[in-house]
Design a protein around this ligand. Structure first.
Ligand code: FUB
Length: 327
């Protein structure tokens, strides 16, 4: 299935897609989204409405070319350790292999991160039999750095279960920190050379303000909620993420892939629907933001569509805020 790609319009309309992770592989843009499905169950704070079962891969030769759906590349029934909820994935290339990283609930209903491999960026992907040991929560995003080290960033509050891992083990009743205490940060772990396991125990990333004070849990306009993404620009690491309850994509920067990251500002103003989730990629000489909203489904929260728009930097390296509904 193909559709012409235009900025700020759904890349495909024959299926609902969300959580786009965009990469340039083999000279083309590949997008690894979640695949939202039709159902009539109610929404809740646990995210039970996001009942995804499989992944499709999308690609575009360039930004003027049609967007191609390469079809189903991995299904939950083929992942022995996973039970349900194939949420936001990402992909990476190393060792002449394409890796698809994805979260799902295991058979104990605990979110874990899995990895699947392919010789092609368009899949299909073959899953590893078990989840990545020591992995938890949701929304993996992998950066392969210029020195060839690879880092896996992940985490999400509420349905993403990050609150339950504050002690390093899963505590089903655990709640988030006090509103005046440092907010929970996303996690990062360097990946092993074969990209299939963590080289180390995941660390919490600190996000601080200009004075070096950690953002606090009650600072819902700025604190991390879910959907971490890291890209590099002019030697800086840019960590961007969703603020969840306040529905923005914001960012913080660091000279170090593990932070601390200093909060900078807003990248994307709220879109239609509760969730917002993005990725940032350079293609040829321009930068693009891939994101989703619920415009195609008239606001039905669990039926989102992936879009893109151009992203611009100011001379000082800050990112210009995007309102996707403003001409
Ligand atoms: O798509 C399911 C979940 O919703 C993702 O994992 C979150 O980032 C949010 O977009």
């Amino acid at each position: 299935m193909e559709k012409n790609s235009k900025p700020n319009t759904p890349l495909v309309t024959h299926i609902y897609t969300a959580d786009p992770s965009a990469h340039v592989f083999e000279g083309k843009i590949y997008i690894y989204p979640s695949h939202d499905l039709d159902h009539s169950e109610p929404s809740n704070d646990n995210g039970d409405q996001y009942k995804m079962e499989d992944y499709h891969v999308l690609s575009m030769e360039n930004l003027n070319a049609p967007c191609v759906d390469h079809g189903e590349v991995l299904h939950v029934k083929d992942v022995p350790w996973a039970k349900k909820q194939m949420w936001a994935p990402d992909a990476a290339f190393k060792n002449n292999t394409y890796y698809l990283y994805f979260p799902a609930r295991d058979h104990d209903d605990i979110f874990r991160l899995g990895v699947a491999t392919s010789s092609s960026p368009a899949g299909p992907f073959t899953p590893q039999p078990d989840y990545i040991p020591g992995s938890y929560s949701i929304d993996p995003a992998v950066l392969v750095d210029e020195d060839n080290k690879a880092y896996c960033y992940f985490g999400g509050l509420w349905g993403g279960q990050l609150e339950k891992w504050q002690t390093g083990t899963f505590l089903p009743e655990a709640e988030g920190p006090d509103l005046s205490a440092p907010a929970l940060g996303p996690r990062v772990a360097e990946l092993s050379d074969d990209m299939l396991t963590f080289k180390e125990t995941p660390e919490e990333i600190s996000i601080v303000d200009n004075e070096g004070n950690p953002l606090v849990a009650g600072d819902e306009e700025r604190r991390f909620f879910e959907g971490p993404w890291v890209h590099k620009y002019n030697g800086y690491y840019y960590l961007s993420y969703s603020t969840g309850t306040t529905h923005s994509i914001v960012y913080a920067i660091s000279k170090n892939p593990k932070g601390p990251f200093v909060y900078q500002g807003k990248i994307l103003t709220p879109v239609s629907g509760w969730t917002t989730h993005h990725s940032i990629v350079q293609f040829q000489d321009k930068w693009y933001l891939f994101y989703h909203d619920c415009s195609l489904s008239d606001g039905v929260d669990h039926k989102r569509s992936v879009k893109y728009t151009e992203l611009n930097y100011n001379e000082d390296g800050t990112i210009q805020t995007i309102d996707p509904y403003k001409e």
